[in-house]
Design a protein around this ligand. Sequence first.
Ligand code: NAP
Length: 338
Amino acid sequence: MPKAKSKTSATRVPELPPTMKAAAVDRFGPPEALTLHELPVPQPDPGEILIALSAAGVGVWDADIRAGLWKPPGRARFPVIPGTDGAGFVAAKGPRVRRFNVGDRVYAYEFGNRKGGFYAEYVCVSAEHAGTVPKSLDLLQAGAAATTGLTALQGIDNVLRLKAGETVLIFGASGAVGTLAVQFAKRLRARVVGTASGRKATTVVRELGADVVIDARSTRATEQLSDFAPDGLDAVLALAGSEALERMLDNVRTGGRVAYPNGVEPAPRARGHKLRVSAYDGVASPREFDHLEQAVEESGLRVPIASVYPLARAAEAHKKLDQGHIVGRLALRIRRGD
Ligand SMILES: NC(=O)c1ccc[n+]([C@@H]2O[C@H](COP(=O)([O-])OP(=O)(O)OC[C@H]3O[C@@H](n4cnc5c(N)ncnc54)[C@H](OP(=O)(O)O)[C@@H]3O)[C@@H](O)[C@H]2O)c1
């Protein structure tokens, strides 16, 4: 008689290999420190899912993790696998997981994962930090839009509470978070002014729906902003800190709101009672993934991806990050998937 399946063991597909390829560092360092490793496939705890990844996002904060500038609490356990988001199929799940089944198309966001990041063929995450991939996104787009999509949407909806007809500045509109924030703001029928530098970035931000695009570094920037918002801006999502941002914040009306995700340096200066300035972190939860799924459909979200690299060339992606001026997001293609 076959043995009854244990109620505590993880559900997994039979063909799971014992090891996987991952881009990881054995010491914190420059992009070259990121090399291909053969590592054990992590095992899901009761509330976790194991994802067979098709794609992973590459973010500016990954470079800080690789270089050792941002460390999760406690001693680093090498090799460290960077990567905070990605998309693929559920390959196994812990016995407490009810939200997903093996084979589901999922994307996930987890920061400081002790079992390893998303630059790998497999990642284990809490099932609470994953969502079903919206129908309109493929796995490459979804993998590149989990951290940035949640962060952009929560900035616009939860922190700024943007309303139809309000005027919002997205400072850093050409970047990974900004390109998505522009679209989430337009879906609310807000008036959107975005900053971008260079013809390509300007064209992309305009095509994504911004009513006006301004080069924040230009001497005419504040004048152009006043022309667009003569009564002052209602809200600002700041995705980079600089003196140019501070000058633009002078154009916010009294009682206006400014939001920025932690990591923006230098952080926007407080302005007393005149403005409400709020820092926040993108949050992954079942509710926020539902929120994102709805916003993706409402906005017909497009996920601009600047360049795609195979896992073995993750170091090149990090060199590109160091150069800056990336329009949209960089991504790793880990295996073919729909
Ligand atoms: N706490 C969280 O949960 C969380 C989550 C996601 C992101 N973040 C943070 O959010 C920030 C944005 O992330 P991201 O992925 O969108 O970054 P990104 O892709 O590098 O985009 C940055 C944007 O800011 C612009 N920019 C940079 N320096 C500028 C300057 N001095 N003047 C004018 N524009 C400038 C860039 O345009 P140019 O190309 O013209 O320079 C680009 O449009 C980062 O600081 C990141 O760490 C935090």
